[in-house]
Design a protein. Structure first.
Length: 292
């Protein structure tokens, strides 16, 4: 009689089924747990995109800006009284035998020293009296005398009645005989651009004056020119004030041509130094100014 051979894999499978059935107990096989149905993935809302913006330009017409530069206030000169009080005079120079003009780095000597209060390290403005300035249209009514400001000097050392000084800043050559006054820093005003005027704007009704002098007597006068006005502190002007520059077309001044604007750099009693900040047409000495 032949033996029947059952394959090993079949026997193993039957054994596993039997064991599972036994573990399930009399109730039969346990039902398989339901396979979870995959749910649709819910996407979280995307964060809003960040848009990078280029930094805006800081400078604008409304941002404060300096009316001028150091040479506008220290090299322009001013209109003062006929005899301005001075400290002393330049009477000699280290290289006066070989030249008569002196600049930055040159050594000069004054006719005042420790007895007049000079001390090493002090600074003085070199000034030079020039021509008289008259009211516009008059040859007799003087406003004052124009003073040039060629340089600044520093005291190196002093003796009782003399001092050795060095020229530290120079706008133009210094000469023997030039005068000395104590140096006083002049702050350059920061201003905001004023509202532009048009030909149709009525007069402001405020104080009016004239341009009576131009730096270096330059012509024509336009933007960045430095001018001198016959208005000052006594007329209510202050550094940073704006004035309209115009030309009268009739005797009453009711017809006027707008020429530009000027801003006050610094003031004295009856005069001031101003700078043309905008220009419609060229200007000249004699043109009117009106406080805005």
């Amino acid at each position: 009689m032949k033996r029947a051979f059952v394959p090993a894999m079949v026997v193993l499978a039957c054994s596993v089924i039997s064991l599972s059935a036994a573990a399930a107990g009399p109730g039969g096989l346990r039902e398989a747990a339901p396979v979870p149905v995959p749910q649709e993935a819910v996407e979280a809302p995307a964060a809003p995109a960040v848009i990078e913006q280029a930094p805006t330009e800081r400078t604008s017409t409304s941002a404060p800006f300096p009316v001028g530069w150091e040479d506008d206030v220290y090299c322009a000169g001013w209109i003062g009284v006929d005899e301005e009080p001075v400290t002393g005079r330049i009477v000699a120079a280290e290289y006066e035998d070989s030249r008569h003009m002196f600049g930055v780095g040159d050594i000069i000597y004054s006719d005042v020293g420790a007895r007049a209060g000079l001390m090493a390290g002090q600074e003085f403005q070199v000034i030079r009296p020039a021509h008289e300035v008259y009211r516009w249209g008059s040859y007799t009514a003087t406003i004052g005398r124009f003073y040039e400001t060629p340089a600044r000097v520093r005291v190196v050392c002093v003796q009782d009645d003399s001092a050795i000084l060095e020229i530290t800043e120079s706008c133009e050559p210094t000469y023997l005989g030039d005068l000395l006054i104590p140096f006083e820093p002049i702050p350059i005003p920061l201003v905001r651009a004023s509202a532009p005027l048009t030909q149709c704007d009525p007069p402001s009704g405020k104080v009016t004056g004239r341009i009576v002098e131009v730096k270096d007597r330059a012509t024509p006068v336009g933007t960045d020119s430095v001018v001198f006005l016959d208005l000052g502190e006594e007329d209510g002007l202050y550094p940073g004030d704006f004035l309209t520059v115009y030309r009268a077309r009739n005797d009453s001044g009711t017809i006027r041509t707008l020429l530009g604007e000027a801003a006050v750099l610094w003031t004295k009693g009856k005069t001031c130094v101003a700078k043309i900040t905008s220009m419609v047409d060229s200007m000249r000495a004699g043109d009117f100014v009106e406080l805005k």
